[in-house]
Ligand binder design. Sequence first.
Ligand SMILES: [Zn+2]
Length: 507
Amino acid sequence: MTSNKKILVNITNACLLYFALWLLFRCIHIQFTIINIVTSTCLILFISQYKKLYWFIFFPVIVFLSLYLPIGLKFGFITSDYLITLYSTNVAESSDFLSKISIKYIIYSIFILTYFILWGKTLVNKGKLKINNKFILIISLIGSLIFIPNLIFFKELYLSTKNAITELKDFKENINKNDWHVVNVNNKYKNYVLIIGESGSKFYHGLYGYKPDTTPFLSNVNGTIVDGMLSPATHTIPSLTRVLTLQNNFKPKYNLNLIDLVNSAGFTSFWISNQNYVGRHATPITSIGLKSNYSFFQKKIDADTTTDHDLLVTFKKYLQLSHDNKRNFFVIHLHDLHPYEVCDVIKRYQRFNFPIKLTKNYKNINCYNQIVYFTDKLIEEIYNELKETNESFSMIYFSDHGIKIRNIKDKNSELMHSEEQEGYHIPLIKISSDDTSRQIISLNKTGLFFTNGIANWLGIDATNIKQKYDFFSNIPFDNEEEINHISRTKSLPLQPAIKNTILKLND
Ligand SMILES: [Zn+2]
């Protein structure tokens, strides 16, 4: 090889190595700084001195990272919340999750794998990187030792896997226990309805000032609106397992779940859900729902054509059944705002002659906004059904977590779950049959003490609940866990909402 050619080969090799490092650093969240590049090169050089070390330790790590790379680049660090969600959701949803991974990331993955196979075969196996100078060898060892603390990712991944396993084990051990001690029930209303939204972001609800108004019913109805509600987590399962149990320090207590509480207090419970049911494993949320006296999982029958709006049929049916009961508790669990499917789901609304507009720009956000609008209509219909019974009622609407717009300036931007502030901001409104005005509570609250707050709403006293919580009061809940969760969430980055580009929804 001529010296010119040699230089060219070396430059190409260096460029490829730095590209590989850049990808790996992004994947395992290491900053691409000069010091990290130099010290990681020292580590690779040091490992390359020993064939066994390279092939039996380093290379399996590279295989793992090349498999993980598309997920790491697309979704960021895989927390235990992600792992529990993946474990619990059904195959269709997991494959939907994986289908979001672009081909670009898979090519990166293949590149990393091929690059380090060639590195091993051409440089390590043939001893071409052998350092004979002890001084240089020691320098490369020191560099390696400086770099190693950056590999904290592996420790975190181990811990989040361990957490996920512990949490699922805890769920299996406790879900069939009921440890509530109800001492008194004094419900103000006969019918209570809890509407759990899916991925409903406060920022896209007209109720909180978004223009044009996506929630004309909620924006005008008499009731109490909380402006400042934060979800406990940013994904359905980790959020609702805290919301629907008397959690402690973020640990759900399945033996103290909401449905066992209402059942123990003599309510007749109804659970109506549009969430996925047929999973590889029953989700903790499904299992809590199944404890209700009556439960209906719509997607068990038809997962491909139904909408949240179809839940009304079952709600009306259950409402008929409830007349002779002393007190009723309904949960209506929505699904249509799930961020990855909004533009597919929205087409199903044509059946109801709802006005639908599919736009070229900001398509996803416009589909999302229209579903918020249809959700508002659904809540209005539930309200009207309750009114027609001439029985007293109170209803709450909130959501499991918020959403974020990926690449806000991109007109093809997608919606996603987010660990940033957007992931936590949710709507919360209570509408009761005797409301005569609108009240707005501007105060940060969290869903961590939701079961506690619901018990208060339903007029249930239980010895397990040490501190009463009223969501709809102007007095802050004086609890350290709540205060910490609020300040932690509020310190996260936050981007502004995208304007609704559909000016008149009901044209
Ligand atoms: Zn969700």
